[in-house]
Write a protein that binds this ligand. Structure first.
Ligand code: TRP
Ligand code: SF4
Length: 331
C-alpha cells in the first residue's frame, strides 16, 4: 500500500472556536497529512455532548465555527473528507455493538474518566455517555478502518483503548479492523496572553477568527518578562510570552534583533509588541481572508459538508455490513 492508501482519521470536539494553539498544535499537522494520506477529519459533536449536554447551542455554533476555522486554515475539501460525527449515524450503531464487548474495567481505569470523577466536578460527568467516551471514539476510528490517528498526548489512552477494542473484536468475530496507530503530534509551547497555557477556559487565547483590531489589542495586553517592569530593565526573551510567537511569525532578522537587544534593554516591550502585531497580522491574514470567503458563502460550506458526509457514510456503511456479518446480525 502506498502512503496515499493509508487512511488518517482525526476529530475535534466542538466546544469552541479554534485558537493559535490549535493551529500550531493540530492543524499544521493535518495540513501536512492531507498531502500524504487519505484523510478523514470530523467535528465530534456527540463527544462534545458528553460534557456540554446542558448547552447544546454551544455545540451547534462551535460545529460551524470549527469547520470555518479548518477551511480558513487551508484544510482542503478536495483532498480530505470533512464531516460532522452526528451526520453519520453508523458511528452510533458501532458504538453500541462495541459497548457489548468492552469490559467495564477498561473504562473505569481510563485516566480521563478517573480524573473527572472528583468531588469538585460534581455529577455532571458521572454519566453513562461520558464513561463510554472512549468506546465512541473507538467506533469513530475503526468504522473508517483507519491506520493512523493523529492526536495530542492527552488522547493517547483513548487510542490505546481503541487498539484493545479492535483486537478484541477481531479475536471474537474475525479480522475486520486494522489496529490503528496513534501519531503523537508535537505541541509547541504556546502560552496565552497571561502566560498560562493558551486555552478557551482561561480566556487568554488569540483566535483564528479574531479580526485585526482584536489581535492588536490582545498582543498589546500580553504579559512580557516580568523583570522588565521599567523600560530600562533588561529582559530575557526565553522567559517572555511573546517570544514563541516571534519565532513562529517574525522574520529571522527581527527574531535575532530581539534576542540581542532585549537582554540589553535596547528594545522596549512596546516596540517588540508592535513588531509581533505586524507579523502576526501578516501571517494570519491569509487564514482570515479564506475564512471570511467561506463565511460569506454558507452554501459552499453546506456543499462541502454534504459531499464529505456522503463519502464518509459510504465507507461507514460498508464497514457496518462486514461488522453485522461478523456478529451474525445480518439478515
Ligand atoms: N476525543 C478527541 C479530543 O477530545 C476528539 C475525538 C473524538 C477524536 N473522536 C476521535 C480524535 C477520533 C481522534 C480520533 O480531542
Ligand atoms: Fe518580551 Fe520583547 Fe519585552 Fe523582551 S522586549 S521582554 S522579548 S516583549
Amino acid at each position: 500500500m502506498n502512503d496515499k492508501g493509508k487512511r488518517v482519521l482525526s476529530g475535534m470536539r466542538t466546544t469552541g472556536r479554534l485558537h493559535l494553539g490549535h493551529y500550531h498544535g493540530v492543524l499544521v499537522n493535518w495540513l501536512r497529512f492531507q498531502e500524504e494520506y487519505d484523510c478523514f477529519f470530523f467535528a465530534a459533536d456527540w463527544h462534545a455532548l458528553t460534557s456540554e449536554y446542558q448547552n447544546p447551542e454551544i455545540i451547534r455554533d462551535s460545529t460551524r465555527d470549527i469547520l470555518l476555522d479548518w477551511l480558513g486554515a487551508g484544510i482542503d475539501p478536495e483532498r480530505a473528507t470533512l464531516f460532522i460525527q452526528s451526520h453519520v449515524m453508523e458511528h452510533a450503531e458501532l458504538h453500541l455493538l462495541l459497548s457489548m464487548i468492552t469490559p467495564l474495567s477498561w473504562l473505569l481505569r481510563n485516566p480521563t474518566y478517573k480524573d473527572s470523577q472528583t468531588e469538585a466536578a460534581g455529577d455532571t460527568l458521572a454519566t453513562y455517555g461520558f464513561l463510554g467516551y472512549p468506546v465512541l471514539q473507538a467506533a469513530d476510528i475503526i468504522i473508517y478502518r483507519a491506520h493512523l490517528v493523529p492526536i495530542g498526548h492527552d488522547q493517547l489512552p483513548h487510542v490505546e483503548l481503541t487498539r484493545e477494542i479492535a483486537r478484541r473484536f477481531n479475536h471474537l468475530y474475525g479480522d475486520v479492523f486494522p489496529v490503528p496507530d496513534p501519531i503523537l503530534t508535537e505541541v509547541p509551547k504556546l502560552s496565552g496572553l497571561d502566560g498560562r497555557k493558551m486555552s478557551k477556559s482561561y480566556d487568554n487565547a488569540i483566535y483564528l477568527s479574531d479580526d485585526e483590531a482584536a489581535v492588536t489589542a490582545k498582543v498589546s495586553s500580553m504579559v512580557t518578562d516580568i523583570r522588565r517592569a521599567r523600560r530600562t530593565d533588561p529582559g530575557d526573551p526565553e522567559q517572555c510570552n511573546l517570544f514563541p510567537l516571534h519565532r513562529l511569525y517574525s522574520p529571522a532578522g527581527e527574531v535575532e534583533r530581539i534576542r540581542a537587544e532585549c537582554p540589553q534593554a535596547a528594545i522596549g516591550c512596546v516596540e517588540c509588541k508592535r513588531l509581533l502585531t505586524k507579523n502576526l497580522l501578516i501571517g494570519m491574514g491569509p487564514l482570515r481572508e479564506r475564512r471570511r470567503r467561506y463565511e460569506e458563502h454558507p452554501g459552499l460550506v453546506d456543499e462541502i459538508l454534504a459531499a464529505g458526509t456522503d463519502h464518509a457514510r459510504r465507507v461507514a456503511r460498508e464497514t457496518m455490513t462486514r461488522v453485522r456479518d461478523a456478529m451474525k446480525l445480518s439478515r
